[in-house]
Design a protein around this ligand. Sequence first.
Ligand code: ADP
Length: 550
Amino acid sequence: QFPFGRRLPCDIYWHGVSFHDNDIFSGQVNKFPGMTEMVRKITLSRAVRTMQDLFPLEYNFYPRSWILPEEFPLFVDEVRMMKDSDPSWKPTFIVKPDGGCQGDGIYLIKDPSDIRLTGSIQSRPAVVQEYICKPLLVDKLKFDIRLYVLLKSLEPLEIYIAKDGLSRFCTEPYQEPTLKNLHQVFMHLTNYSLNIHSGNFIHSDSVSTGSKRTFSSILCRLSSRGADVKKLWSDIISLVIKTIIALTPELKVYYQSDIPAGKPGPTCFQILGFDILLMKNLKPILLEVNANPSMRIEHEQELSPGVFENVPSPVDEEVKVAVIRDTLRLVDPQKKKIKDVQSHKTMFCNLKNPERQHIESCKNQVNVRYNFFVCYRCQALEHVPEAHEELLDAGPADRPEYDTSRSPEPGLPSLCLKQVFPKYSKQFNYLRLVDKVAALFIRFLGVKGTTKLGPTGFRTFIRNCKLSNSNFSMASVDILYIDITRRWNSMGIDHKESGMCLQAFVEAFFFLAQKKYKSLPLHEQVASLIEFCEYHLAALDEKRLVCSRG
Ligand code: ADP
């Protein structure tokens, strides 16, 4: 803490709430720009919906959702249609105010007409969602899981998941929703902040009892009942990776705006709290993502009426201490240096013979301390002055980044954070289509520091990618830009800047893909258009390079 202002640059900056300090030019910050906005209920629902449009089966872990107030008519129509086609369907819906937390303002309804659209507080933007009526129960109680996920880097994408999490229990035995019990929050909502006020709340003194337990203790119980716990974990890992894949395109837009490429700036990492509900059949459902999950390891105890004391909470301690400790181990700047040196060493080893000879004989070569080669002419390698010689021989660069058996951390327990990406990237990379659309969007943003595309940028995109023709004139391009941009801006998401936001660009891109590649599934249409655009942009880059050489 720097009560009188910071004087020296730090290796790691630990911000309490969000990324906000624009005066950081090096080191690592524990928050990504834009993450708080991205995980708000409406933004998250929109980002997941884009992925559901492309890959409906892969993204069926998020309940069907509608955004209020603008999609209220759509919600009414769709529910009516579904009820008409299946009269036995008796759904329940949960209404959650945007930006709310700790169960604040949440209520259950049986019919769209029960939504409180009038009144000042109730009319605030919200998400209405299908309510999962058949959750898995333990001791007859509904519970959810809080899992900690470390987004270590956005580019390249690196994700770690904590091996253990928390299970937070309701305090009234669960019954499927009826008009009579809809209002019983202690039965339907698992929030700790709500249930703590129930007379039935039990502070856990071990990790496997009480109203907050470790997730591993639940897994043990499930496993002893014969459940396929391995499959459950792999489903959870898949849910986490897919959710982050849905968030990355917009995060990259925020990132380039706050930390423009090529300028000095920090890198970012972030611990996220994933709230997951298990259905009776053990299917995990994403409830929400928390950008600033509570890391408290104490709880309040009332010693005598009105007199409170903070006492340690063993369950929180068990899970959270490990998450923070291992996050710091993974982002350890010393470790980053080892990695850099290793990758430079591999780079050197991978060079072709003439290049290696050039570096070895180069006049500009500086044999810096610790026998490390630097060639300023070809700049194939960079100076890493603080590297230690023995670290250069620490093994091949492509061995797992974190090999605890060899790590120089005697006395520390093995890592609780498990790498899932890029480890499983092969299984998930095909989903990263919107990332590629975002890369096109960022390329045409032009002025650094913006998050919205102007009409000229959009026109240049169309022209450079050769997307206009006799069937689609530049006048139609302008109309498309105006129509979509106006609609997105009228939704009142961000009025700070004018222009086309990424989501609007994605909508325009999907429209163009559908127009160009008729009768294919949407994801194939989009993939084909991306390939088409990338091809023309690469050709253009080549042409420019030749011209500039000329
Ligand atoms: P908040 O940010 O206010 O905690 P959540 O989205 O986490 O909002 O919802 C609060 C609680 O409501 C969850 O912990 C869960 O118990 C319950 N809940 C939320 N969405 C659903 C759903 N679709 N189906 C069943 N229960 C839900």
